[in-house]
Design a protein. Structure first.
Length: 252
């Protein structure tokens, strides 16, 4: 009888020890534990460190506080100027209130992902294609504001939203290439016209100087003759100044 009693006590002690060991939970530094006791949530999240969960009266939910990076799948978006594009993005968010993330939404990660997809289609549908391509930073800021406002009741903070890639239809790509080529041609013509204008202004100034100083015209004429003499030309025709013609007539 004594042996049976000691055996029963030993089994009881072993069961109690195993029970307490199974109740031990270790919460890491970047985690918090939400505890439900008899269905009611404990007022403050637990952790980090060692804690005891007395099952079956307690239920333990582990929540990570680290930043989560979630890809938003490519979405078909029709911009305000009726251009169909495919756009994908990436969302950075983290839990700042573990209690709300468990109590206010069934699965905050899935909910945030779905909300990001619908918000991406909604916000980009209000923008024109040129804005989507040129004002990416402003659109990213607007996406973050809208998503963060809607996830705030869940205890989730959205830190950044970045549009990764905009996939344009092939027809639109060719049209944009032609537009860019036309823009380059326009700039080239403007630069050429500006050069012609500046050159004509310099020629006008030079003509004014020659008109005020006729002797400089003679020097220019002699310089031209010297340059022609260096060429291997067979026939050279030189104009005779009017002063030379007057001299010949007087000599007759």
């Amino acid at each position: 009888m004594v042996i049976n009693t000691l055996g029963a006590v030993g089994i009881f002690v072993v069961v109690v020890v195993l029970y307490f060991l199974s109740c031990i939970r270790i919460v890491l530094e970047y985690e918090r534990g939400v505890v439900f006791r008899l269905g009611r949530v404990m007022p403050h999240p637990k952790g980090p460190g060692l804690m005891l969960i007395f099952w079956p009266i307690d239920r333990f939910v582990r929540v990570s506080l680290r930043t989560i990076v979630r890809d938003v799948p490519a979405q078909d978006v029709i911009t305000r100027d009726n251009v169909s594009v495919k756009v994908n993005a990436v969302v950075y968010y983290r839990v700042i209130d573990p209690l709300k993330s468990v109590l206010e939404v069934e699965n905050f990660q899935y909910a945030t992902s779905e909300l990001s997809q619908t918000t991406l289609r909604s916000i980009l549908g209000q923008a024109e294609l040129d804005e989507l391509l040129a004002e990416r930073e402003r659109i990213n800021h607007r996406l973050r504001e809208v998503i963060d406002q809607q996830t705030d009741p869940w205890g989730v903070k959205v830190s950044a939203v970045e549009v990764k890639h905009v996939d344009l239809p092939e027809i639109m790509q060719r049209a944009m290439a032609r537009q860019a080529e036309a823009e380059r041609d326009r700039r080239a013509k403007i630069i050429h016209a500006e050069g012609e204008f500046q050159a004509s202004a310099r020629l006008r100034d030079a003509a004014g100087v020659l008109e005020e100083h006729p002797s400089s015209l003679q020097l220019r004429f002699l310089q031209t003759v010297s340059n022609i003499g260096n060429e291997k030309s067979m026939v050279v025709v030189l104009p005779v100044p009017s002063q030379g013609l007057d001299f010949l007539q007087r000599s007759r």
